[in-house]
Ligand binder design. Structure first.
Ligand SMILES: [Mn+2]
Length: 351
């Protein structure tokens, strides 16, 4: 078991330590964070593939104390080093994808161009490779009874993890915090686009019985129709509906009660950082005005935990990078909260 008898959380962080400055090894840790440095299909700003390293650096500054779950960190959190092969593959394919997006944005016909047809094929097979890689990594960790969280990268990354979680846990629900619905079909021809993650998840992972989306404020008619036709499998709390209810005097407490009631017993959190107000994620891939403060989302998480539901895994995606470390600073704090929740939820008594 992880021995923290000599660890003083109030001391200055040793930069050689792991995430949050903890002296943890993978073997010791109850929870393992797998960084996924991947952003091949991004349609706007780039940089998220390098977020895990920036977040790890920023995480050394965090105070190891969460009043909601004060004992949880003692279970040990560990983040694996970034896989350079995956990062290089992402960099290469992203360049190809950029040329392709530029080509189709001019209204050109892909099937008429051999080079572009090959590019599209390469990107899609690269995404397939990534999905299998994520599945292999995460199912091996789950097999060792580790708790697992993913750190992106763009929002296309968790599909392989959803498959692994489904095999381990059976039926579950996803709570998605996001400015977007991510229910598009093959955005720009990319089957496994960041804008399609939930569409693909619902299609390929039947154990996902419910998708509860909180915060979308930039979505298409098609996505809206898809939600309406989902027979309640997808329930969306749009930003404007939440805000309108609050303007009319409804409380966040009341709305959160409804959201919690929609969730099944086992809850997976898919946290796209752009669900927050942009001031908290200025360099995220696809920023949108509106969104939440962190405390509003933490309150929702707390209520889910108090309801007796169980968190089974998470991904945190779309955190940007910049010269100032503000994006990664917020990202590190959200990551710490997610780690604490997942561990607390796995203990017999709330930690
Ligand atoms: Mn998203």
């Amino acid at each position: 078991m992880f021995d923290l008898s000599n660890y003083d959380p109030d001391s200055v962080s040793n930069p050689n330590n792991n995430i949050f400055g903890l002296p943890t090894t993978e073997e010791d840790a109850h929870l393992v964070i797998v960084p996924i440095p991947w952003e091949v299909t991004v349609s706007y700003g780039s940089g998220t593939a390098r977020a895990p390293e920036a977040i790890c650096k920023a995480s050394l500054q965090i105070d190891i104390y969460d009043p909601d779950t004060p004992q949880a960190w003692k279970q040990g959190f560990y983040m694996r080093p970034t896989d350079r092969k995956i990062l290089m593959k992402s960099d290469y394919l992203r360049k190809e994808a950029e040329l392709y997006i530029d080509y189709i944005s001019r209204g050109e016909d892909v099937s008429a161009n051999q080079f572009m047809s090959k590019t599209l094929k390469d990107v899609n097979s690269g995404s397939n490779y990534l999905n299998s890689w994520v599945y292999d990594q995460t199912s091996a960790l789950l097999g060792k009874n580790k708790l697992v969280g993913l750190l992106g990268g763009d929002h296309s990354i968790p599909l392989g993890f959803y498959r692994a979680i489904a095999e381990k846990h059976g039926d579950f629900g996803i709570l998605q915090i996001d400015a977007h619905c991510d229910l598009r079909e093959a955005y720009a021809g990319f089957i496994y686009s960041h804008a399609s993650i939930m569409r693909n998840a619902l299609q390929e992972v039947p154990q996902i019985k419910k998708l509860v989306q909180v915060g979308p404020r930039d979505f298409s008619q098609n996505e809206n129709d898809y939600i309406q036709k989902s027979n309640g499998r997808v329930v969306t709390y749009f930003d404007r509906i939440i805000k309108n209810r609050q303007f009319e005097g409804d409380t966040w407490k009341h709305i959160v009660g409804e959201i919690v009631d929609e969730l099944p017993e086992k809850v997976y959190i898919s946290f796209d950082i752009d669900g927050l107000d942009r001031k908290l994620c200025p360099h995220t891939g696809t920023p949108v005005p509106g969104g939440f403060e962190v405390e509003e989302v933490y309150y929702l998480f707390r209520r889910i935990l108090e309801s007796g539901r169980k968190f089974i895994g998470f991904d945190l995606c779309e955190v940007g990078i910049s010269d100032t470390d503000w994006n990664s600073n917020v990202g590190a704090r959200v990551l710490f909260k997610l780690c604490n929740l997942l561990v607390a939820s796995s203990l017999p008594q709330p930690a």
